[in-house]
Write a protein that binds this ligand. Structure first.
Ligand code: COA
Length: 298
């Protein structure tokens, strides 16, 4: 479903955003919406063809966009891409860490290297990008002689709030991203006027993440697992990003914005709804009718 943005078309005008994982899924939609609202966009990803195609799509929408090939696991790539973004646009205002790795696996079948790989992409990669971008994002940093500090948006998840089947590596990695966010918000918010927030999407339709967690080959439909609402759309996540980028988000730092329609709160009910309607009053009536036991018998 294509929805109109409720934000002013020029709300991100003059800003420069670098988005890791910005060539596909949620990252691409954030790139597109930031671009449509006036920002210049740099996207970083591992696959040249995918980046080229995303950049050409963004440009066809009139967005000023460039793409850089790189792996967030390599510090030299992170540094090169951040520096190239600055060389290209003369400033960096927004860093979105959307690059992520995922696969379904039983904990007992996951090798330590498989665990480390996802930690490296999601958690260490997020920190590395923040580390390399600091000199551009901070108040008075390169390209920002007079203005305030920039904004970092980290893309996390909700699965680690409880526990998630076959996702021990991703749960650990996303928990680390949440912790990195709060600590940077505290230190860099205080010292450098940089805001650092997390967006935590639930299941989002038509994304590489969803393809991996609910592959087409599975017989069970994804919606069987979504009792509160259906899966969200990338657009929903991008609108949350725009809110945090907008002036309306100017006092929000260290926050975790869950974008899942309340899905993580839900558990399958232990009784059907009809049974609750029928039984609730009856149970209450029965308990009131029962004689109170003398204290000594309790
Ligand atoms: N089950 C169990 N282990 C797996 C696995 C699976 N499905 N897929 C990869 N691994 C393990 C590998 O066996 C290897 O560990 P080992 O050396 O002990 O054997 C380790 O993970 C690294 O795998 P490799 O294929 O070398 O890593 P890569 O760097 O080429 O790819 C991934 C990284 C595995 C995260 C890959 O899925 C990826 O590139 N993901 C990016 C896109 C994505 O996941 N998008 C969704 C985001 S939500």
């Amino acid at each position: 479903m294509v929805m109109e943005s409720p934000f002013r078309a020029d709300m991100a005008k003059g800003k420069v955003a670098l988005i890791t994982g910005g060539a596909s899924g949620i990252g691409l939609e954030i790139s597109t919406q930031l671009g449509k609202h006036g920002a210049s966009i740099a996207i970083m990803g591992r696959r040249k063809q995918v980046i080229d195609s995303a950049v050409s799509d963004l440009r066809s929408l009139g967005i000023s966009a460039v793409g850089f090939q790189g792996d967030v696991r390599k510090q030299e790539d992170a540094k090169r891409v951040v520096d190239s973004t600055f060389e290209n646009f003369g400033r960096i205002d927004i860093l979105v860490n959307a690059a992520a790795g995922n696969f379904l696996v039983l904990s007992e079948d996951l090798s330590p290297n498989g665990f480390r790989t996802v930690m490296d992409i999601d958690s260490v990669g997020t920190f590395t990008m923040c580390h390399e971008a600091l000199k551009y994002l901070k108040k008075g940093g390169l390209g920002k002689s007079s203005s305030g500090g920039g904004l970092i948006l980290n893309i996390s998840a909700t699965l680690h709030y409880t526990a998630a089947w076959y996702q021990i590596h991703v749960s650990a990695a996303k928990a680390a991203i949440d912790a990195i966010t709060r600590n940077l918000a505290l230190e860099w918010g205080t010292d450098h006027d940089i805001k650092v927030n997390v967006i935590a999407p639930g299941p989002i339709a038509n994304t590489p993440g969803m393809d991996k967690l609910a592959p087409k080959e599975m017989e069970t439909k994804t919606n069987d697992y979504l009792p509160v609402t259906m899966a969200g759309e990338s657009w929903d996540v991008a609108m949350a990003a725009l809110y945090l980028v907008s002036d309306a988000g100017r006092h929000i730092n260290g926050a975790n914005m869950v974008v899942d329609g309340g899905q993580w709160l839900s558990r399958p009910p232990h009784l059907p709804k009809e049974a609750v309607k029928k039984l609730s009053r009856a149970v209450e009536k029965r308990s009131r009718a029962a004689p109170l036991l003398p204290r000594s018998k309790i």
